[in-house]
Design a protein around this ligand. Structure first.
Ligand code: G3I
Length: 508
C-alpha cells in the first residue's frame, strides 16, 4: 500500500507529521544514486511499507562518531532514552532544562529523522521534589510539567509517550504519586494537558508486557476504550517489547495489536530488544533473530502499526546488562557496531531480501589509516561485512579501491600490513584502468585465498598499503575512493564483487 493512501485513510486529528516526514525521506532518497547500502537501510525498507524504523539514543553516546554515523543513516526515527524524562527536564520545581533533549532533536533534524518524545509522566526517574510533594499539589505540578515540556518540543516531537507504564503485571494500576493523588483520572488529565500544549503531536500510552494478549494488555485495552468513550485525546498505544528468548514470544501479538487498531488507534513498537543469557549460543542467536523477524511481520500485518523503535540499536549501549546481570546481547548490532543475524532477519522481514540482503550481499567499510594525503603511500583500512542471508565463500570475493597515480613511476607495490584474518589469507594487486575515470586511473584489488563469511559476519580489519616503486608522492585528495574519516563507514566508493559481479558500492 502506498504511503499516500495510508495517510488518507488514517483517522487522525491532523495529518500525521511522522508519516509526512517519512514520505519526504522516501521521496528524497528515490532520486539519489542507487548503492547497495541505500537500498538496504532498515528505515528505507520500512518507509517503503509506510512505516518508520527507529532507535533509542542517549546523549553520552552521540560523541561516538561511528555510532552516530549508523544512527543517522540506518534509522529514520529516534527516541531519547533518558534526556526528556522528568528528572532531567525539571530537576527542581519550575526550573526547566531542555539542553539534553535539544541535542537529540537537533541530531534528528540534521538527519531527517522524526522524534518520539519519551516521556511526560512516569513513576520512575522522577526528581525527589515530586515524590516529596503533598498529594494536593501533584496535579498542578504534573500539568505544569507537561505544559512546559510539550510546548518546548512542539514541532520537534511528532509523538509523545504521555504516560509511561501505568499498569502492574496483573492489570491493576501502578501506584505512583500521580495515581495516589488523582486515581486513574491522572491519565486523562495528562493526555488533555499534552493535547492543549501540542495539538499536533500524536499522544500515546506506553507500557511493557502488553505486546501479547493477557491481563496487562486487557487492562490497557479497557482503559483506552474508556478514554476514547470520554473523548479524551489519545492517538495510540506503545508496546515497548523488551523481549527475552527464555520467556517466549508474546502470545498472539498480532491479534493484540489489531484489537487496539480496531478502536481507531495507532500502535507502535516503541522499545524493542531481545535479550539472551550470556554467553549467547547459536540456538539463542537463532531464536533472537526469529523474535525480531516476528515483531516486524506482526507490525507490517497490522495497518495501524506505524513503526518500530529498537531500544538502542547496538549492544555497546544497551541498558540490558546493567539491569539484568548475566543477560544481554539484545540489540541488532554487536559491541563493535557490526550487524548481527537479527539485523538481517529484520531486513528480510521488511522486504529487503531481494534488494540488498540476498545471497552474496556484501558491503565494504572503509577508513583512512593515513594522516597525510600527499605523502608517498596510500593506506586504506577495509572491513568486509556479509549483509545477506547466506554464507559467502571469500575466494569468490574481490574488492576494488580506486586512486590516481600522478607523476613518477607507473609501477606499484602493495602490502597487507595487518588483517584480523591473517595477511596470508589476503591477496592484493594494483591494476591500471583501461578507461580512467574521475579520480581514478588505477585500483588496488583485494582478494582472499579462502574462508567463508557467515551472514552478518565481518572479516574484521584489513590494513593495506601501496606505493609507487620510485617512492614518489601521491595526491590522494581527489582520489575516487579516498576519504579522511578515521572511523569505519560504508562510503559506497569502494566496490565489492562476487564471482566478478558487482554486489556493493559504485564504480567510478
Ligand atoms: O546519569 C547518571 C550518571 O550521572 C551516574 O554516574 C550513573 C551511575 O549509575 O547513572 C546515570 O543514570 C543512569 C541513567 O540511565 C542515565 O544513563 C541510571 O543509573 C540508569 O538507571 C538509567 O537507566 C535508564 C532506565 O530507563 C531507567 O529506568 C536507561 O538508560 C533507559 O534506557 C531506560 O529506559 C526505559 C524506558 O524509559 C522505559 N521502558 C523501559 C526502559 C528500559 O529500562
Amino acid at each position: 500500500m502506498s504511503l499516500v493512501k495510508r495517510c488518507r485513510r488514517r483517522r487522525t486529528r491532523g495529518l500525521p507529521t511522522l508519516l509526512v516526514g517519512t514520505l519526504a525521506l522516501a521521496t528524497s532518497l528515490a532520486g539519489g544514486p542507487a548503492t547497495a547500502a541505500q537500498q538496504g537501510t532498515l528505515h528505507e525498507l520500512a518507509a517503503a511499507q509506510g512505516r518508520y524504523f527507529g532507535s533509542a539514543t542517549d546523549n553520552p553516546e552521540l560523541p561516538d562518531a561511528a555510532y552516530a554515523a549508523t544512527l543517522g543513516s540506518e534509522f529514520g526515527q529516534v527516541t531519547p532514552g533518558n534526556s526528556m524524562k522528568w528528572d532531567t527536564t525539571e530537576p527542581a520545581r519550575g526550573q526547566f532544562d531542555f539542553t539534553k533533549g535539544d541535542v537529540v532533536t537537533d541530531f534528528a533534524r540534521q538527519h531527517g529523522q522524526s522524534v518520539r518524545g519519551h516521556t511526560l509522566v512516569w513513576h520512575s526517574q522522577l526528581p525527589g521534589w515530586v515524590t516529596a510533594l503533598p498529594s494536593a499539589q501533584i496535579e498542578a505540578a504534573m500539568e505544569n510539567h507537561i505544559t512546559e515540556e510539550a510546548t518546548h518540543y512542539r514541532g520537534a516531537v511528532t509523538a509523545w509517550d504521555v504516560v509511561n507504564e501505568p499498569f502492574n503485571e496483573d492489570g491493576t494500576f501502578r501506584t505512583s504519586p500521580f495515581y495516589t493523588a488523582m486515581g486513574s483520572d491522572y491519565i486523562a488529565t495528562a493526555l488533555r494537558a499534552a493535547h492543549a500544549a501540542d495539538p499536533d503531536a500524536r499522544l500515546y500510552l506506553n507500557d511493557y508486557n502488553i505486546e501479547g494478549l493477557g491481563a496487562k494488555s486487557d487492562a490497557m485495552y479497557a482503559l483506552v476504550n474508556e478514554l476514547l468513550d470520554e473523548g479524551v485525546p489519545l492517538d495510540g498505544v506503545g508496546m515497548q517489547a523488551h523481549l527475552a528468548v527464555q520467556y517466549g514470544f508474546p502470545y498472539e501479538m498480532r491479534a493484540n495489536m489489531q484489537r487496539f487498531a480496531d478502536l481507531g488507534l495507532d500502535v507502535a513498537v516503541t522499545e524493542l530488544d531481545v535479550r539472551v543469557q550470556l554467553p549467547a549460543d547459536a540456538a539463542e542467536v537463532a531464536t533472537q533473530s526469529t523474535y525480531y523477524r516476528r515483531v516486524v511481520e506482526d507490525c507490517l500485518a497490522v495497518e495501524r502499526c506505524v513503526g518500530i523503535t529498537v531500544w538502542d540499536y547496538t549492544d555497546k549501549y544497551s541498558w540490558v546488562p546493567g539491569t539484568f546481570p548475566g543477560e544481554g546481547a539484545a540489540g541488532l548490532y554487536d559491541e563493535n557496531l557490526l550487524p548481527k543475524p537479527a539485523y538481517d532477519a529484520v531486513r528480510t522481514a521488511l522486504g529487503g531480501g531481494e534488494e540488498g540482503g540476498g545471497p552474496g550481499a556484501l558491503k565494504v567499510l572503509y577508513r583512512s589509516n593515513d594522516s597525510s594525503s600527499a605523502d608517498n603511500q596510500i593506506k586504506p583500512g577495509l572491513q568486509l561485512v556479509n549483509t545477506g542471508g547466506s554464507a559467502v565463500s571469500l575466494s569468490s570475493v574481490t574488492v576494488r579501491y580506486w586512486f590516481t597515480g600522478g607523476n613518477g613511476a607507473s609501477t606499484y607495490s602493495s602490502w597487507c600490513d595487518w588483517s584480523a584474518l591473517g595477511c596470508s589469507t589476503v591477496t592484493h594487486r594494483i591494476a591500471a584502468m583501461d578507461t580512467p575515470g574521475a579520480g581514478a586511473d588505477h585500483y588496488l584489488e583485494v582478494g582472499f585465498t579462502g574462508g567463508t563469511l557467515a551472514p552478518a559476519a565481518s572479516t574484521g580489519e584489513i590494513q593495506l598499503r601501496l606505493n609507487k616503486t620510485d617512492w614518489s608522492n601521491f595526491d590522494e585528495s581527489d582520489d575516487y575512493s579516498h576519504g579522511t574519516g578515521t572511523s569505519y563507514t560504508d562510503t559506497g566508493k569502494i566496490a565489492v564483487y562476487v564471482g566478478g559481479e558487482l554486489v556493493g558500492g559504485i564504480e567510478p
